[in-house]
Design a protein. Structure first.
Lengths: 107, 117
């Protein structure tokens, strides 16, 4: 069983829609990361969370430590948000990655 | 804005050859990491490095792999005798602190695509 499970695997949305990507994990962690991987392969860190909620522009990330669950929300989605979104957890000084959610936002 | 850089962007090598992948972390960062992503698969942790020694390593990081910080700026990953299955994108990352600190956001380099023929 994967230690980090993301859903959905693929998501297609119309521009302007509200997007939610979910992440569940099964190990104890010190932090959870949301990453964005562009079609060219580059990885950008969006959020690092250990509790509560963070907001950056149109992106919001939440985490529930007791339930071992995190969500990434995108408000007013735009075609430039199209990418793979990866949830990764840090038990210690390593990192365990989810398989990613491929988001396509159509104009 | 400071960024992590990696060279080369693409490396092609013959099976059995040694390769060295290079990374320049952000200058005030203390923790360094290597990850790999085989085409079509998820990203996998290889190793973390702090204070000139390995902090943690995965099962993938066997004896054919080694890491080094040869000077104050570079962080290298060496694969001693490459296999076909080593073909992947290798990402370097760095952070100011490790898992226990508040400044542990990781910044990723653009990756090196390694192709083993």
């Amino acid at each position: 069983k994967n230690e980090v499970e993301q859903s959905p695997q693929n998501l297609t949305a119309q521009e302007g829609e509200f997007i939610t990507i979910n992440c569940s994990y099964s190990v104890g962690i010190s932090a959870l990361h949301w990453l964005q991987q562009h079609p060219g392969g580059g990885i950008v860190s969006l959020f690092m969370l250990s509790s509560g909620k963070k907001k950056h522009g149109r992106l919001i990330a939440t985490i529930n430590i007791q339930e071992k669950h995190s969500s990434l929300h995108i408000t007013a989605s735009h075609p430039r948000d199209s990418a793979v979104y990866i949830c990764a957890v840090r038990p210690n000084n390593d990192m365990r990655f989810g398989a990613g959610t491929r988001l396509t936002v159509k104009p | 804005e400071p960024e992590v850089t990696q060279t080369p962007s693409h490396q092609v090598t013959q099976m059995g050859q040694e390769v060295i992948l290079r990374c320049v972390p952000i200058s005030n960062h203390l923790y360094f990491y290597w990850y790999r992503q085989i085409l079509g698969q998820k990203v996998e942790f290889l190793v973390s490095f702090y204070n000139n020694e390995i902090s943690e390593k995965s099962e993938i990081f066997d004896d054919q792999f080694s890491v080094e910080r040869p000077d104050g700026s570079n962080f290298t990953l060496k694969i001693r005798s490459t296999k076909l299955e080593d073909s992947a994108m290798y990402f370097c990352a760095s952070s100011q602190m490790g898992s226990g600190g508040s400044y542990n956001e990781q910044f990723f380099g653009p990756g090196t695509r390694l192709t083993v023929l």
